[in-house]
Design a protein around this ligand. Structure first.
Ligand SMILES: [Zn+2]
Length: 120
């Protein structure tokens, strides 16, 4: 665990959360892991970003990340910036880590439609 300035409490089990560095940058992980798989993204200063995600939301967010990677790989949106512009226009928050489960599910439907349209 890294030194952290912010005390972040897990919204699911109310344990403290520890700052970690993962593939997608910094995040808080519930210290009750692996019993509790809640995490919460953070910036490099350890400031929590977006909304914490329980396991269900985390799975949905990774599914959305994979779909967005497909959009990028298929060159449907030829620049990453255009993809994020699209995401901003088609979601409430414009960033996956800001989305709650309901929002992620809605955006997944839209991304699937976008991929289908482009690959027909
Ligand atoms: Zn927890």
């Amino acid at each position: 665990m890294r030194k952290q300035k912010n005390l972040v409490i897990c919204p699911v089990c109310h344990s403290p959360m520890g700052l970690e560095k993962g593939r997608f940058g910094f995040y808080y992980r519930c210290l009750n892991y692996p019993q509790c798989k809640t995490n919460h993204s953070a910036d490099a200063q350890g400031i929590p970003l977006g909304f914490p995600a329980d396991e269900k939301t985390r799975h949905a967010r990774s599914a959305l990340h994979r779909l967005l990677k497909k959009v990028w790989n298929y060159k449907i949106k030829e620049e990453r910036k255009k993809m994020y512009d699209w995401l901003e226009q088609n979601s409430k928050y414009g960033h996956v880590s800001m989305m709650d489960h309901e929002e992620v599910v809605k955006v997944i439907v839209k991304v699937k439609a976008l991929i289908k349209k482009a690959t027909q």
